[in-house]
Design a protein around this ligand. Structure first.
Ligand SMILES: Cc1ncc(COP(=O)(O)O)c(C=O)c1O
Length: 397
């Protein structure tokens, strides 16, 4: 194995870390310990203790990572659940007095579809526009917010383009009008350096599989004062905020991975260096490529490219056959020939969006992988463009 965060087959180069990350190999080392965590943490007897201990420790470590109280941390199945719970919870608590919800045009489907569902129940949904360089229209927010607004929900950074949004300003605007503020922070841990408390949000959502831990583990930050209605009613787990026996293995994996977070700042700097180097090489070697929102504040690891005369799905499949994992947009829309709604919302044409490729680096990415990727991408694009040219000539003749 190459390094702790590159737990992938040696012949494959994984550059799709915004979809999910490989498991940290520290989990392999602790596997026997994890194997012992089968007891139900709600039981009174001794068999529950190893799990209870991990539950407590992981909660404490994540609270330290954010700089909040462990009481403000709620574990669940993932960020999709967290996003659903928050939107629906605020609507149930506040909807009668405040019927408006404001989200950005480029939220993850778990926010977008929850908001559309609430609209079908009577909520007024306001979509905050984004510009081609990925900037959020704060003037729209200032003009549209009122004492009817229950919640603003805007992600900290977009999973497809990597653009980062001004959450602190949005929290200030929301609070000045008595509204609550939520941020989907799934793409933040290990990819951007940030003082979480400075965001001033009432809610934030996270997902452990986006930072080297197991899938099926979500984390919600909910301020003590923030309204909360469980999406899943059941036992008294998570202080009765989320019913269901806890996913102890996933939660324990989160705590183990957080022990490596001392390296985060160094890893973020290195990913920025490699991403910038990769973009520079691609722009030098391949003509007619645009980097989406290149000049805007972006996550350290993400690059979204528009490559003229090269179809995104075909590039993805050709790269896959040559041992590279990348994406054309969000993982949940792969296999879907429709262009990315995020890129369309930025104002790209359908044709441009169909020529997109997303590359997202991770803590295990190194320079030799980037060199190999750029030279293979160059070959793939040259081949696709040559084929396209032949097709055109054939059509004319
Ligand atoms: C920004 C964002 N929000 C939410 C999610 C959903 O997370 P989960 O897989 O934990 O449900 C994702 C996953 O792709 C994401 O990128």
């Amino acid at each position: 194995m190459q390094n702790e965060f590159e737990n992938t087959p040696p012949q494959r180069i994984y550059l799709d870390h915004n979809a999910t990350t490989p498991l940290s190999s520290s989990l392999k080392e602790k596997w026997m310990e994890l194997f012992e965590l089968w007891g139900n943490p709600s039981s009174i007897h001794a068999s529950s203790r190893p799990g209870k201990k991990h539950l407590r420790e992981s909660r404490q470590k994540f609270a330290e990572f954010l700089g909040c109280s462990p009481l403000e941390i709620i574990f669940n199945s993932g960020a999709s659940e967290g996003n659903n719970t928050i939107l629906k919870s605020v609507w149930l608590e506040r909807g009668l007095d405040r019927s408006e919800i404001m989200i950005s045009q480029i939220e993850h489907p778990s926010v977008m579809k929850s908001a559309e569902y609430l609209k079908s129940l009577g909520a007024v949904l306001k979509l905050i526009p984004v510009s081609r360089d990925g900037a959020l229209d704060l003037n729209f927010v200032r003009a549209e917010i009122s004492n009817r607004t229950a919640l603003i929900s805007v992600m900290i950074a977009n999973n497809e383009t990597g653009t980062v949004f001004p959450i602190q300003e949005l929290s200030q605007i929301a609070h000045a009008h008595g509204a609550l503020m939520h941020s989907d922070c799934v793409q933040m841990p290990g990819k951007m350096k940030l003082d979480f408390n400075s965001l001033g949000v009432d809610y934030a959502t996270f997902s452990a599989h986006k930072f080297y831990a197991l899938k099926g583990t979500g984390i919600v930050f909910a301020k003590k004062s923030a309204p909360w209605i469980p999406l899943i009613h059941g036992g008294g787990q998570e202080r009765s905020r989320r019913g269901g026996t806890e996913n102890i293995l996933g939660i324990a994996s989160l705590g183990i991975v957080l022990d490596s977070f001392g390296q985060a700042d160094r890893k973020i700097l290195e990913m920025t260096r490699l991403r910038d180097l990769m973009e520079k090489m691609i722009l030098e070697k391949i003509p007619r490529v645009t980097v989406t929102a290149q000049k805007s504040p972006r996550l350290s690891n993400t690059s979204s490219l528009i490559i003229d005369d090269a179809d995104g799905e075909t590039m993805l499949m050709s790269l896959d056959l040559k041992g590279f994992s990348v994406s054309t947009g969000a993982a949940c829309s792969s296999g879907n020939p429709e262009p990315s709604p995020v890129l369309l919302a930025l104002g790209l044409t359908r044709a441009e969006a169909q020529h997109s490729l997303r590359i997202s680096l991770g803590w295990g990415t190194d320079e030799s992988q980037i060199q190999k990727f750029v030279s293979t991408l160059t070959e793939v694009v040259e081949k696709l463009r040559a084929l396209k040219k032949e097709e055109k000539q054939y059509a004319i003749s």
